[in-house]
Design a protein around this ligand. Structure first.
Ligand code: ADP
Ligand code: MG
Length: 370
């Protein structure tokens, strides 16, 4: 089921929560809706579900304008962050609930319900847990039951609002790849809301990045990570340092040093350079490197991360070294930028891949379901 959202706005009182959202979700796609707290993710999801009315705009399921459909008629499966299982019902009865409350004519026979529940519990790897009660399950198991319950009614669309938000990091990570496997098996059109960029990058076919009620960028994970459209997205996705620079006739300057990137066409004036720690190589200070002093270092997984203070403002740039190489604190160092991105004051952007090469923009293929 394709979903199309056009011109959607939502205001609570005078403060707008969503500004003109346009979004096309393809049938079978897993779309990650990523944004900080308060950016409007839950509001957008609740409008798509029919739990909330938009101020303006329309949601289509296929060619159907959903404003004419009730919540039941939309046939959406919903899973929330705080699992809302019925405490007094067994796991199997929880999963069966949505089917048993259907009016007589639309309710499957009891034997059919029992079979469907057993299949779903098998799918979420809880085949042996049907007779337990929610209190006897771990948080991760409860969310798997919540997903089975959402799938039981054969939804056209699956909406997941930070379903793993309340779980600890290890469980979240396991459930992430598990959810991707389930999605690939069942093929539901799914919208997955998260404020966790790793979760969005790993799970999604495409990601919509929401900021202050607007979609700032929509793209496949590679596109979002490698070509963030705005300074906000660059800062929000992955790790990065920002360096205030000056553009003059296509040259990028930082306190007297000219960087080896060609920024012709960008307007002169102040600009912001972004670099990721793994794209910064500490070398002997030289012309064209950003020169500074190592002020701190710490171990981050497989690498050793250096904090380098640059210039009079002591702008901090982070750089990764192999962990076995000790970076010496207080040592002068040059930073060679392997990749970098510059945003001019007017929002125009250049992505640089390697020193002395002109910017390239690689557009990964759009989402295609096999
Ligand atoms: P997110 O899910 O991204 O954290 P929400 O969609 O919950 O964001 O909220 C977006 C904005 O709308 C926030 O500023 C929030 O305070 C506001 N908001 C959400 N629900 C209501 C409501 N029922 N009444 C008033 N304001 C609301
Ligand atoms: Mg929310």
């Amino acid at each position: 089921m394709d979903i199309r959202v056009t011109g959607l706005t939502k205001s609570y009182g005078i403060s707008p929560a969503l500004h003109g959202i346009d979004l096309d979700i393809k049938s079978g796609e897993l779309l990650g809706l990523l944004g900080p707290s308060g950016s409007g993710k839950t509001t957008l999801l609740r409008i798509i579900a029919g739990l909330e009315q938009p101020s303006t705009g329309t949601v289509f399921f296929g060619t159907d304008d959903t404003s004419r459909l009730s919540v039941q008629e939309r046939r959406v499966g919903f899973v929330f962050q705080h699992y809302a299982l019925f405490r007094h019902m067994s796991v199997a009865d929880n999963v069966a609930y949505g089917l048993r409350v259907r009016p007589r004519g639309k309710r499957p026979a009891e034997a059919e319900i029992v079979k469907r529940v057993a299949d779903l519990l098998e799918l979420v790897q809880l085949g042996a847990y049907g007779q337990r009660f929610p209190a006897q399950l771990s948080g991760g198991q409860r969310q798997r039951v919540a997903l089975a319950r959402a799938l039981a009614v054969e939804p056209k669309v699956l909406l997941l609002d930070e379903p793993f938000g309340a779980l600890d990091a290890k469980v979240r990570k396991d459930l992430r790849s598990w959810l991707r496997t389930i999605h690939d098996k069942t093929g539901h059109t799914t919208i997955f809301v998260t404020h966790d960029q790793d979760e969005a990058l790993e799970l999604s076919d495409r990601i919509a990045v929401l900021d202050k009620g607007r979609i700032d960028q929509l793209g496949v994970p590679d596109e979002i990570y490698d070509h963030p459209a705005t300074p906000f997205i660059f800062g929000f996705i992955g790790e990065s340092s920002r360096v205030p620079v000056t553009l003059t006739g296509g040259r990028i300057q930082f306190e007297g040093t000219t960087l080896p990137f060609n920024a012709e066409g960008l307007p002169d004036g102040p600009a912001t350079l972004f670099v990721r720690p793994h794209d910064v190589a500490p070398v002997e200070p030289a012309s064209g490197t950003l020169n500074g002093v190592v002020v701190a270092q710490r171990r981050v997984g497989a690498t050793r991360r250096l904090e380098v203070a640059l210039g009079a403002q002591r702008t901090i740039v982070e750089a990764d070294l192999p962990a076995l190489r000790a970076g010496e604190t207080n040592k002068p160092v040059g930073l060679k930028l392997l990749n970098a991105t510059v945003f001019a004051a007017n929002g125009e952007v250049r992505y640089f891949r390697g020193p002395n090469i002109d910017p390239v923009v690689v557009r990964p293929p759009a989402f295609q379901r096999a």
